[in-house]
Design a protein around this ligand. Structure first.
Ligand code: QUE
Length: 358
């Protein structure tokens, strides 16, 4: 077993711990593959009643995919051309996201810290998402020339009103209360109360309780009210501006609104990759009409491979994670230059083959 992830079982409860705290538990390809194998074992093991997933340390549940390794495999090890890792990482990660969605037993994520991108993908599709006071949730991919993937095209358009479109385009952060109000988290439990969680669920399952009842009963004892909704004051602006049919329309609506929140939101959007914003908005609209997560993950895989063949991903990772100058030079540089032809080309099947569930 690798150093990056630990698996354990105690009676009927299985635990996954992501153990790269210095990298905020960012998901490597190895972690994705090991997790997929274990979940398949546990799905078929009658001795396992429920699964808990958590991150080592007090900072992060999981900050995302190991986008730095993907960047390196292309920029430093493959002359800038899409690499084996840039294909297989996304392919296998999205399969894992679907495996969690289809998992028949309680799958409980302890969101005690930073939870972004790929970390959302290994939690949101499970049955229980527990937020603590340390939760910092975001889908920040438009800042790195990507788009909200790992099923973002499925769960974001199903959040209340246009809050999902808002989170997708802006990368806005949510605290525990915000995540609970939108349904991203199912429970709020302060981190100090979460310490006994696994032991209590394990004992209840060992004592013969139905695993789902055991999880729900323990959570009912531990959960507290999450505090006031941080978005409530802005919901009307979000819902009216982010329903526009184009990114330019959203930006015009925010300008016309003119409130401090609207202007800050607009200026934040103008710093993001224009291509990322346009493909992300199209993903939200197509995803809202889709009838299954698998249909959306297929679109996301196509988008991921188009991004790997493009420019902004490498520039975004450079600006945010490598040089940390936070001054990406996007290409195309403006929304006007990203035509419908460019957006639809991102949704075309990759030459190297499409994503599939099996
Ligand atoms: C957008 C993202 C990610 C990000 C920052 C963004 C992302 C991701 C990381 C990240 C953070 C810390 C690490 C690491 C990766 O940052 O997906 O290896 O140590 O994984 O603005 O999508």
């Amino acid at each position: 077993m690798s150093e990056e992830i630990k698996f354990s079982t105690d009676g009927g409860l299985a635990t996954i711990e992501m153990t790269r705290p210095r990298a905020l538990n960012a998901l490597t390809h190895g972690m994705v593959r090991e997790m997929a194998v274990k979940l398949d074992d546990w799905e078929h093991d009658d001795g396992i009643g429920a699964v808990v997933i958590k991150g080592e340390g007090e900072k992060a549940f999981c900050a995302g995919g190991d986008v730095r390794a993907v960047w390196k495999s292309v920029v430093e090890e493959n002359d800038g051309k899409p690499s084996d890792l840039s294909k297989t990482f996304f392919f296998d990660e999205y399969r894992l996201n679907h495996q969690i969605h289809a998992f028949s037993k309680p799958f409980v994520a302890l969101l005690d810290g930073v939870t972004m991108g790929g970390g959302v993908g290994v939690s949101i599709h499970g049955s229980h998402r527990i937020a603590t006071e340390r939760l910092m949730f975001a889908m920040p991919e438009t800042a790195i020339g990507l788009f909200p993937d790992v099923g973002g095209g499925w769960f974001l358009p199903r959040l209340p009103g246009e809050t999902g479109t808002y989170l997708a385009l802006t990368g806005a952060r949510l605290d525990a209360a915000g995540a609970c109000v939108l349904g991203i988290a199912t429970h709020y439990v302060p981190s100090s109360r979460l310490e006994g969680f696994e032991a209590q669920v394990g004992s209840a399952i060992a004592a013969g309780d139905q695993p789902r009842a055991a999880v729900n009963d323990v959570l009912e004892r531990l959960a507290e009210a999450p505090g006031p909704d941080p978005l409530i004051a802005h919901r009307a602006v979000i819902d009216s501006c982010f329903r526009a049919g184009t990114v330019e329309g959203i930006i015009d609506a925010l300008s016309a609104d003119g409130s401090d929140f609207a202007i800050q939101t607009r200026d934040n959007l103008l710093s993001k990759s224009p291509t990322s914003m346009k493909i992300s908005l199209e993903l939200m609209r197509r995803g809202r009409e889709a009838s299954s997560l698998a249909d959306v993950l297929l679109l996301e895989y196509r988008l991921s491979q188009a991004c790997m063949a493009g420019h902004d991903y490498y520039e975004g990772i450079r600006a945010v994670l490598i040089d940390k100058d936070h001054a990406p030079k996007w290409d195309p540089a403006t929304l006007a230059e990203v035509g419908d032809d460019i957006v639809s080309a991102h949704f075309a099947a990759p030459a190297d083959g499409d994503w599939s569930l099996v």
